[in-house]
Design a protein around this ligand. Structure first.
Ligand code: KMH
Ligand code: ZN
Length: 276
């Protein structure tokens, strides 16, 4: 039976700890979250870290310690965000690869991001992509808009396949400024993906989480969930632990007769470097 890759994105860079105490911002909280989410069905974790004041950071020492701790305590594929926060400079975002993750996010273009702008100009995208190839890190291409899908065609045509030979994408839908979190938009984006794409997931921000997850399963895709993207299970029902979102995704995937895949199966799917 086919199975579903569930990625958990537990923290993000946008939500304040003071507003959402359940958001995992310390290393201990992140490790505890990773363990519970793995038990609930996650196979990969998309990580943003915070500093001692719970503010987003790309501090290399903290990133390296985080990668080590999550590897020591779970079997999850460790994906570090290279998107960081909208304020992070390009050199810090490139330096994330020095922490030697299994995978990293790689956003395929600039996008309005609420009242901010998430900057990903083409020269930065190509530099980061070539660095992933050199460092043997599997990128996850983050697609916030249909234009990003077109940019992925351009990137693969010019620079070839990622390390490992697989092409894995994630549709990030429902960001104010990006494509909407609707089934119609998902189908349009998936139908436009390059033939080289071997797997894709989707996530819907906020209240688009459920329609996007259901559309993704219907269209044969995988799921990303977590408090980076969604802070409530339903109107007036806050998420109290990321594992609740993973459990819900696992239930939906099982109902769709594509139960969650294990981290080892996900390693085969994405062909991440072994023995890190
Ligand atoms: N925090 C956003 C500005 C990524 O992780 O690569 C970017 C983001 C995408 O979350
Ligand atoms: Zn992220």
């Amino acid at each position: 039976m086919a199975s579903t890759l569930i990625t958990v994105a537990p923290t993000g860079a946008e939500t304040a700890k003071a507003d959402w105490p359940a958001l995992p911002t310390t290393l201990d909280e992140l490790v505890e979250t990773a363990k519970r989410c793995e038990s609930a069905g996650a196979a990969m974790i998309h990580i943003h870290i915070r500093d001692g004041e719970h503010q987003p950071t790309l501090d290399l020492g903290r990133l390296t310690d985080t990668v080590t701790a999550v590897r020591e305590n779970t079997g999850l594929i460790v994906q570090l965000s290279t998107g960081g926060a909208v304020t992070d400079p390009y050199d810090h975002r490139l330096r994330v690869l020095d922490a030697v993750p299994d995978s990293c996010s790689l956003t395929m273009g600039t996008v309005n991001f609420g009242d901010d702008v998430f900057m990903n100009p083409w020269p930065f995208v190509t530099q980061l992509y070539q660095l992933t190839q050199e460092r043997e890190v599997v990128p996850e291409f983050e697609l916030f808009d249909l234009g990003h899908v077109a940019a992925l065609h351009r990137l693969l045509d010019k620079y070839g396949l990622p390390y490992g030979g697989r092409v894995h994408c994630d549709l990030v839908m429902g960001v104010p400024g990006g494509m909407p979190g609707t089934a119609d938009a998902l189908v349009a984006a998936v139908n436009a993906l390059p033939d080289a794409v071997t797997s894709w997931s989707a996530t819907g921000i906020g209240r688009t989480a459920l329609p996007v997850a259901l559309a993704a399963l219907s269209k044969g895709g995988n799921l990303r969930v977590g408090m980076e993207d969604t802070l409530t299970l339903a109107k007036g029902q806050p998420v109290t632990h990321n594992a609740e979102l993973v459990e819900r995704a696992a239930t939906l995937a099982t109902l769709a007769q594509r139960p969650p895949m294990s981290p080892d199966e996900a390693r085969d799917l994405l062909n991440v470097k072994r023995d890190r």
